[in-house]
Design a protein around this ligand. Structure first.
Ligand code: HAM
Length: 446
């Protein structure tokens, strides 16, 4: 009987070397931008106590209710709160690390970023996976609107650096302070109560559990009532109202395209004041590329002293998909990265007796720090080695035979431009360094 062939679990995929060309480009862009805004990298564990997510994201959020990858802890009760959950997002774990590390007392201002996999048990569909990566930033200890603007601008710059154009826009809203939200909750309850009979079953249930979630309903028949529901903006207190205006003005002063959008409510409980998404309208229904906002109550919720926080997370999968769909990949950069999939220099032994010296040459080039150095490991003949080098698209072949060994030289054959030259063995690494540097700067060689 044939053996079962295994498949990657539904909603996951293998990122093969050719997929990683674009993904690594996104990651490099993230690291580069984080460095220029001086955000430091943090790597919390991939799983945390389930309770951490229940407490921070909210028991009635979709993520906690339906989408968590949870594993029971050995020898503990089966109480779900006792379990571990693979992180569905980064903010909760990063805030936990901030509190656990005691930063509030010794260095309250921390600007951190992370890149890595998140896990949500969602129905897989285009751009939604059960394992996906996020690039996120979280800033602790800065309450002013200037920090909201910095975080949002960094987010925008990420997409601009990737080639997203003029139509990129920030959709901005505010969730207010807890007192503002209390007023809003009452207003929403009073508004929806007489309308409940016409609402879907989910809305009726959400009305009881968390009336704000009713605003996330996607059922077509509920949209009219939702659009006419009371808004938070008129109910904002003076301070949170001013904060919102300052974020808006700060972003406009920096030249960002900002749209006020009361429809941005975000599905997680920890948000206070600023919430935002970056959208690219040419993508249609899936135009949202990231989400973020302020969470001034989260650190206290995690057991730390009251500490403001603000951040965002960008899904790398939706970004990757959008780039492909719009045919935006920055072609020049990617061509360089694609070259990394090919060996650059292939060391070829003319005869069997030249193999040891060819291995020594290969090792020398690798130790010198040159990249993409290969040699034959399958006992191929000289002709077959050259053919293999050509097939794999290498730039140079280094040919080593008894003559070269006797004269301490290497014959370097340019497999792309044609031609060859004998290079003294002692100068071979420098010769290649000079060429690789010339290739990356486009400078002509003497
Ligand atoms: P979120 O809106 O749940 O926010 O997720 C942020 C981004 O992650 C989304 O805009 C989307 O690009 C991506 N994403 C979410 N789920 C999936 C999925 N199943 N497959 C692929 N991509 C996905 C947060 O996660 C918050 N922690 C953001 C934040 C940070 N707020 C403040 N700081």
């Amino acid at each position: 009987m044939a053996q079962k062939r295994f498949q990657a679990p539904r909603g996951t995929r293998d990122l093969l070397p050719e997929d990683l060309v674009l993904i690594r480009h996104l990651e490099r862009t993230a690291h580069r931008l984080a460095a220029s805004y001086h955000y430091l990298e943090i790597r919390p564990p991939l799983f945390e106590e389930t309770r951490l997510f229940q407490r921070s994201l909210g028991e009635s959020s979709d993520v906690v209710e339906k989408e968590m990858f949870t594993v029971p802890r050995r020898g503990r009760s089966q109480d779900p709160g006792e379990a571990f959950t693979f992180r569905p997002e980064g903010t909760a774990g990063v805030a936990r690390a901030y509190v656990e590390g005691g930063f509030a007392a010794r260095a309250p201002l921390q600007k951190w970023y992370y890149l890595g996999p998140m896990f949500r048990y969602e129905r897989p569909q285009k751009g939604r996976e059960r394992q996906f990566s996020q690039f996120g930033v979280e800033v602790f200890g800065a309450a002013g609107a200037a920090m909201d603007a910095e975080v949002i601008l960094l987010c925008l710059r990420f997409f601009q650096a990737l080639g997203f154009g003029e139509q990129l826009e920030v959709r901005l809203n505010t969730m207010g302070d807890p007192e503002d939200r209390d007023r809003w909750r009452e207003a929403l309850k009073a508004y929806f109560e007489p309308l409940l009979d016409g609402r879907c079953a989910d809305c009726r249930e959400r009305f009881q559990r968390n009336v704000f979630r009713l605003l996330d309903c996607k059922v077509a028949a509920c949209q009219e009532a939702i659009a006419a529901a009371p808004k938070l903006r008129p109910l904002l207190g003076a301070e949170s109202g001013r904060h919102f205006e300052e974020v808006l003005a700060g972003l406009q002063a920096l030249g960002a395209k900002v749209v006020e959008d009361p429809g941005i409510v975000r599905g997680l409980d920890y948000y206070t004041r600023t919430v935002f998404e970056v959208h690219y309208p040419p993508l249609g229904a899936r135009s949202a590329l990231c989400g973020g906002g302020r969470y001034d109550g989260l650190v206290a919720e995690m057991g730390g002293p009251p500490t403001p926080g603000v951040g965002f997370a960008i899904g790398l999968t939706p970004t990757e998909l959008a780039l492909k769909e719009l045919d935006l990949p920055p072609k020049a950069d990617l061509a360089d990265l694609k070259d990394a999939l090919k060996p650059q220099i292939y060391c070829v032994a003319l005869g069997e007796e030249d193999r040891a010296e060819t291995l020594a040459l290969t090792t020398e080039l690798r130790d010198a720090g040159l990249t993409g150095i290969e040699l034959d490991a399958r006992g191929k003949s000289f002709k077959a080695q050259l053919k293999e080098a050509g097939k794999r698209g290498v730039h140079w072949a280094c040919l080593l035979g008894s003559e070269e060994r006797a004269s301490s030289t290497v014959v370097v054959k340019d497999m792309q431009e044609g031609g060859q030259e004998a290079v003294p063995r002692a100068e071979i690494s420098a010769w290649f360094f000079q060429r690789q540097a010339a290739a990356s700067t486009g400078a002509a060689l003497p």
